[in-house]
Design a protein around this ligand. Structure first.
Ligand code: FUB
Length: 311
């Protein structure tokens, strides 16, 4: 509660209003929050959406939430669904967004088929990276190219980083949980050249959801190491090579985590998800909810360890 109260006080709300997990006004289960502050000064979260008591991450749509104070949130609903895609019918997993030249771009993983856990050679599942566009930060978004921008047996967790010079970079993790990067073309609908496997400085655990940000001319590549602990690397370039710096949030409940980091009103914030028991659902299992904490840096630019806020 302490951090939630501080969050509210600093941002001008009353402590009593603050909530963690974030209060979206319903018991909606959201995961993989990608946070962005656009020109109107509001915080926008682009999230994936778990079905009630989900089993196999069969996920069907993406939501957008916005807030002026990080306490009161508006759910703008499902801004894109796999039903809107001609090439996928499932796996609406972790999205990200970018703004360029008056348009908002949503990058997302989606796919089709099934994973056969007993006989993996019978699996038909594949996932690709799509891109959708809208005139509004809250959508609705429309598939911009009618096919995946990139397709692999497993291409997941795209992240878009917009550098100060206007160049956009797309990151994702591929079949072997390696990270790839490419610069986006100026129209944001294709890439310049090819994706390159990034040099992670020789330290390569199994990895998921990348998130890149820049602070004081240093680039930070952050990710859930082993899907769970949030760890980071630093570099002088958005394409690496990257130097491993360590874990800044420990794992919880031996469950996946997926996060984003953004500066807002001179504070750095970490958005991520927790697996928590619903106060109202009949589901016995923990389910995913979007959550936020402050992030603090040391004088040398390294990230201080973050503790989860109590419910
Ligand atoms: O939400 C579905 C998947 O779970 C994401 O793509 C991963 O990063 C993990 O959070």
């Amino acid at each position: 509660k302490l951090k939630a109260s501080l969050l509210a006080l600093i941002l001008g709300a009353t402590a009593a209003q603050a909530q963690n997990p974030l209060d979206f006004g319903s018991d909606i289960k959201t995961a993989d929050p990608s946070a962005h502050v656009w020109e109107d000064g509001k915080m926008y979260l682009y999230t994936s959406h778990d079905e009630e008591c989900q089993e196999d991450f069969w996920m069907k749509n993406w939501h957008v939430f916005s807030s002026k104070d990080l306490v009161n949130w508006t759910d703008h609903g499902a801004v894109l669904s796999v039903d809107d895609l001609s090439w996928a019918d499932n796996y609406a997993w972790a999205p990200d967004a970018a703004y360029k030249n008056g348009k908002y771009y949503l990058v997302f993983p989606a796919g089709t088929g099934h994973k056969d856990r007993i006989n993996p050679e019978n699996s038909t599942k594949w996932m690709g990276i799509g891109i959708a566009v809208s005139d509004s930060p809250t959508g609705p978004f429309k598939d911009a190219i009618g096919k995946p921008l990139w397709r692999e047996p497993y291409a997941n967790d795209p992240a878009l980083f917009m550098d100060d010079d206007g160049k956009a970079y797309l990151y994702f993790h591929g079949t072997n949980f390696d990270y790839y990067v490419a610069e986006m073309a100026d129209d944001m609908l294709s890439i310049k050249g090819d994706f390159h496997k990034m040099d992670m400085g020789g330290y390569e655990p199994k990895m998921e959801g990348p998130w890149v940000f820049k602070r004081d001319d240093k680039y930070y590549f952050t990710m859930p190491e082993n899907n769970r602990e949030l760890a980071y690397y630093m570099s002088d370039s958005p394409k690496g090579p990257w130097e491993y710096k360590g874990v800044f949030m420990e794992q919880e409940n031996e469950s996946n985590n997926h996060h984003s980091i953004v500066e807002y009103k001179d504070e750095w914030l970490l958005f991520y998800h927790r697996w928590l028991k619903s106060p109202v659902s009949s589901c016995e299992k923990r389910q995913r909810y979007s959550t936020a904490e402050y992030l603090h840096f040391n004088a040398d630019g390294t990230i201080q360890k973050v503790e989860r806020t109590e419910q």
